[in-house]
Design a binder for this molecule. Structure first.
Ligand code: HEM
Ligand SMILES: Nc1nc2c(c(=O)[nH]1)N[C@H]1C(S)=C(S)[C@@H](COP(=O)(O)O)O[C@H]1N2
Ligand SMILES: [Mo]
Length: 353
C-alpha cells in the first residue's frame, strides 16, 4: 500500500477502535456482543497496519542523523499505540496490573483516548490528502482488504485460543466474574468518588414526581410491602461483573401507584449525591429498586437503603442511594454531566446527609 494509504488506514482503525470502545461502555445486553467483536477486530487490524508503517519509518527512527522533532513525536505516538494495543490484549488474555489506582482495563481506556487525541493532532499537523493513485489499482485494494480480513481472522483465532487457555471467567464485555451469588460480598465501586454518609433507612424517603398524576413520598417500610426477586448481572465498565439475586420494589408498580401520565417517555433515577441516569419507560418497567441482595439488606457501599437494578444495563447506570424518581417527557441531556459532578457535591463528598 502507498504510505499515505497506510496512514489514512491507521487513522481509520484508531477512529473505529475509539468509537466502538466508547460504544462498548453502554453495551451490556448479550445481543450487543458484536460491538466488542468489532472493537477487537479494529484493534488487530491496527496491529497489522502498524507493521507496515514500522517497516517504513524504522530506518529513520534508528538513524540519529535523520531524526527531527517530528520523529520524537512519532516515536511517542508509536509507544502509546503499543501500550493501548498491548493493554487491551493483555486484559483479554487474563492479565492485570494496578498502577496509580487504575487497573489494566482502566489504563487501556485512558490510553485509547490519549492515542485518539494524539493521532488526531498528528493528522491535523501532517496528513497529506489521499490521491487517486493511492487507492486505485487492484493489488493495492487486495492488500488493503487482506489487512482488514487479517484483523478479523486474528480476532477469531484469539477467541478460540482464549477458550483453550485457562483464563479468568470473562463475559462478552470483557468483564471478569466476582462474588456472584454471595450477597453483599462483591466488589463495590463508584464512577468517580461518590461517598455519601450512610443513610438511616427509617429516615430515608423516596419521592416520585414529574409526569405523574399523584406525586408520592414513600418510606423504606413502604418498599418492603410488595417485593419481587430478580436475577441480574451488574457489569462494571471497570472490568468486573457479579450475578446476584436482587430483591426489592418493582419500578413498574411504583410508577402505577404514582399514576404515570400518557406523555411519559423516560424515567430518571436520582441519587442523594446528584448522580442520575434514566431509562425509557418500557425498560424502567423491568427494573427493580432493590433493598436486598442474596437475602441480606444492602450494605452502605452497595447503595443502602435502596439501589437501582437495571437488567442489561452497565453497572454505572445502576444508581446507588436512590432518593428520587423523576418521570420525564423528554430525554435528560444533563445526566452524563451528573456522573462527573456528583462526587464534588457536598452530599457526594459525605459532608451532609
Ligand atoms: C483507540 C485505540 C484503541 C485500541 C487500538 C484498542 C485495542 C483493543 C484491543 C486490541 C483489544 C483486545 C480485543 C480482543 O483481542 O478481543 C481491546 C479490548 C478492549 N478495549 Fe480497546 N482499544 C482502544 C480504545 C478503547 C477505548 C477508548 C475503550 C473504552 C472506552 C476500549 C475498551 C475496551 C474493552 C472493554 C476491551 C475488552 C473487550 C473484550 O474483552 O473483548 N478500548 N482493545
Ligand atoms: N450514586 C452513585 N451510584 C452509582 C455509582 C456512583 O458513583 N454513584 N457508581 C456506579 C458504578 S460505576 C457501578 S459499577 C455500580 C457499582 O455498584 P456496587 O458498588 O454495588 O458494586 O454502581 C453504580 N452506581
Ligand atoms: Mo462501574
Amino acid at each position: 500500500m502507498s504510505p499515505r494509504f497506510t496512514d489514512w488506514s491507521i487513522a481509520l482503525a484508531v477512529g473505529f477502535a475509539f468509537g466502538s470502545g466508547i460504544f462498548s461502555l453502554v453495551s451490556g445486553r448479550p445481543e450487543q456482543w458484536p460491538v466488542f467483536a468489532l472493537h477487537g477486530m479494529a484493534g488487530l487490524w491496527l496491529l497489522l497496519l502498524l507493521w507496515g508503517k514500522l517497516r517504513r519509518v524504522l530506518p529513520r527512527l534508528l538513524d540519529p542523523r535523520r531524526r527531527d522533532r517530528a520523529t520524537l513525536f512519532g516515536t511517542a505516538a508509536l509507544i502509546v499505540v503499543a501500550l493501548a494495543l498491548g493493554s487491551g490484549l493483555w486484559w483479554v488474555f487474563g492479565g492485570d496490573l494496578f498502577v496509580a489506582g487504575f487497573n489494566l482495563l482502566n489504563w487501556h481506556i485512558l490510553l485509547g483516548i490519549g492515542l485518539t487525541l494524539a493521532v488526531s493532532a498528528h493528522m491535523i499537523a501532517r496528513a497529506k490528502p489521499l490521491r487517486g493513485g493511492d487507492i486505485h489499482g487492484r493489488r493495492r485494494m487486495l492488500h488493503a482488504s487482506a489487512l482488514i480480513l487479517g484483523g478479523a481472522a486474528l480476532w477469531t483465532a484469539q477467541q478460540s485460543l482464549g477458550r483453550r487457555l485457562v483464563l479468568p471467567a470473562r463475559r462478552f464485555t470483557g468483564s471478569r466474574e466476582a462474588g456472584s451469588y454471595a450477597g453483599n460480598a462483591f466488589p463495590s465501586t463508584s464512577w468517580i468518588a461518590d461517598q455519601p454518609r450512610p443513610i438511616a433507612a427509617d429516615r430515608w424517603r423516596l419521592s416520585i414526581g414529574g409526569a405523574v398524576a399523584l406525586p408520592l413520598t414513600l418510606s423504606y417500610a413502604d418498599l418492603l410491602i410488595e417485593q419481587d426477586q430478580l436475577e441480574a448481572t451488574l457489569d462494571c465498565t471497570g472490568g468486573f461483573y457479579s450475578t446476584q439475586i436482587w430483591q426489592g420494589a418493582p419500578v413498574e408498580r411504583l410508577l402505577k401507584r404514582a399514576g404515570m401520565l400518557e406523555t411519559a417517555r423516560w424515567v430518571s433515577f436520582v441519587s442523594v449525591t446528584g448522580y442520575r441516569w434514566s431509562l425509557p419507560v418500557a425498560e424502567a418497567a423491568t427494573a427493580l429498586l432493590a433493598t436486598h441482595v442474596g437475602g441480606a439488606a444492602l450494605t452502605h457501599d452497595h447503595g443502602a437503603p435502596v439501589r437501582l437494578v437495571a437488567p442489561g444495563r452497565r453497572g454505572f447506570e445502576w444508581i446507588k442511594w436512590v432518593a428520587r424518581i423523576e418521570v420525564r417527557t423528554e430525554r435528560d441531556a444533563g445526566q452524563i454531566l451528573s456522573l462527573y459532578t456528583s462526587s464534588f457535591s457536598p452530599a457526594g463528598r459525605g459532608e451532609e446527609s
